[in-house]
Design a protein around this ligand. Structure first.
Ligand code: RB5
Length: 148
């Protein structure tokens, strides 16, 4: 499985640790984020990883900024993306089982690396349950097809 990872300046260190963690678990990881701690704009990386997931260049995405909020908001503007920001494992698991999220966002200033690893593992190991949840996810995705 290929995972695309993206981050802004606030999350360079956590991104590196997360990449190693994922590679040790056997995932192929593609780095779309910045490797500089110089201030930059998180929407750039949210969009990059969003597009990589939407175009199936990668299977899933992980985004990290200070809070995980801005970068997930940006990714959610890409058609086909369901990005969730989580700071605990329960919502991360349910977000895949019920909402079929395809991007997980984390806040490097919110969670420590060990909690981040737990959240990531829970998210990656969960599977979409389909059934009634498929209908609801379809309803969400229909919103982006509506004319404005
Ligand atoms: C950058 O200072 C910070 O605003 C960004 O990393 C993120 O937290 C935005 O949501």
């Amino acid at each position: 499985m290929r995972i695309g990872i993206g981050n802004d300046h606030s999350a360079v260190e956590m991104k590196r640790e997360v990449m190693k963690f994922l590679q040790d678990l056997g995932y192929e990881v593609i780095n779309y984020g910045t490797d500089s701690t110089e201030s930059c704009d998180y929407p750039v990386y949210g969009e990059k990883v969003g597009q990589a997931v939407a175009s199936k260049e990668v299977d899933l995405g992980i985004l990290i900024c200070g809070t995980g909020v801005g970068i997930s908001l940006a990714a959610n503007k890409v058609k086909g993306i369901r990005a969730v920001v989580c700071s605990e494992p329960y919502s991360a698991r349910l977000s895949r089982q019920h909402n079929n999220t395809n991007i997980l966002a984390l806040g490097a200033r919110v969670v420590g690396i060990e909690l981040a690893k737990m959240i990531i593992e829970e998210w990656l190991n969960a599977e979409f349950e389909g059934g009634r949840h498929q209908r609801r996810v379809d309803m969400i995705m229909d919103i982006e097809n509506k004319e404005r």
